[in-house]
Design a protein around this ligand. Structure first.
Ligand code: NAP
Length: 281
């Protein structure tokens, strides 16, 4: 039952109606026996600053997540930012201090931990597709893993240049089939951080048949099953979608807010069950 003592948490983004975060968090809070509720807030474009200052006046607000399209825009609105936020340039988790907003990023941890729970070790070489917000959290994680050869490709060269200023260890590759296919035989992990495939049809210009045996194909998109993941599965490659990362970044956020989180397994089982029954996907 929600009362005046119930703690409030939220995810702020736009559009937000299809977010799975309320399902993950509210189940986890019940598991932990917390008197807390997690809601989705659709922040009107152009008003993110006003929405955040409004949230600060809510005395029972513990914190909130930030999602598309505001992860980069809210960095400057934080009173304190973690070292990872400064490195990545994006915030996905905010803790409300006494009178301060403290920004964190748990996406990179979610990515790293998703490899661990799937028994995938650090690759020697990786190709990152995309240079948007999510790519930077993955790039930070890959850099921390000590991957020897790092490649990145993006359709928009200006965005790629901005990415490279933050992550100069990555080698840029042109966004075309010839340039990308040329290096695939030496790549152990391909990570799609673009939104290509969300329509269930589009594919990035990579020929997965050129990858070595045992290579990992990771798509940050978690629904629907993208053509990239489908193809990787057909070829017998190791294929991983973004659902585990989504759950794990949420569990890391709970540890920031409450110092604790439930186990990954039951939360994933609940989410899959919910999707099967109500989520459609
Ligand atoms: P973003 O900042 O808007 O970046 C979008 C990226 O997709 C850019 O690199 C963009 O390239 C590329 N792109 C979009 N349409 C394209 C097209 N038609 N052809 C080629 N490239 C295209 O978004 P984001 O926050 O990085 O999110 C990207 C994806 O990751 C989304 O699907 C999101 O749901 C997913 N994600 C998953 C998790 C998780 O926990 N699993 C976490 C974060 C994000 P240009 O620069 O050329 O436009």
């Amino acid at each position: 039952m929600i009362t005046g003592r119930t703690k409030i948490l939220a995810v702020v983004g736009s559009p937000i109606s299809h977010s799975l975060s309320p399902i993950i968090h509210n189940f986890a809070y019940r598991q932990m026996g917390l008197d807390a509720v997690y809601v989705a807030i659709d922040a009107k474009q152009g008003y993110i600053e006003e929405v955040l200052s409004g949230l600060c006046f809510m005395q029972n607000l513990v914190g909130f997540n930030v999602t598309i399209p505001y992860k980069e825009a809210v960095v400057r609105l934080m009173d304190i930012s973690s070292e990872e936020v400064n490195a990545i340039g994006a915030v996905n988790t905010v803790k409300r201090g006494e009178d301060k907003l403290i920004g964190y990023n748990t996406d990179w941890q979610g990515f790293l931990e998703s490899l661990r729970v799937n028994d995938i070790g650090p690759p020697r070489s990786a190709l990152l597709l995309g240079a948007g917000g999510a790519s930077k959290a993955v790039a930070y994680a890959l850099s921390r893993m000590g991957v020897e050869r790092l490649y990145v490709s993006n359709r928009n060269p200006t965005r790629l240049e901005i990415f490279l200023r933050r992550f100069p260890d990555f080698e840029p590759v042109d966004w075309d089939q010839d340039s990308l296919s040329g290096l695939l035989s030496g790549v152990e992990m391909v990570i799609n951080t673009t939104s290509l495939g969300m329509d269930g049809v589009s594919l990035p210009p990579v020929d997965l048949e050129k990858l070595p045996k045992g290579a990992v194909v990771y798509d940050l998109i978690y629904e629907p099953e993208t053509p990239l993941i489908k193809w990787a599965r057909e070829l017998g490659l190791v294929a991983l979608d973004g659902l585990d990362m989504l759950i794990l970044q949420a569990l890391f956020a709970m540890r920031i807010w409450f110092g604790d989180s439930p186990e990954f397994g039951p939360v994933k089982a609940h989410l899959l069950n919910w999707r099967g029954k109500d989520g459609g996907a």
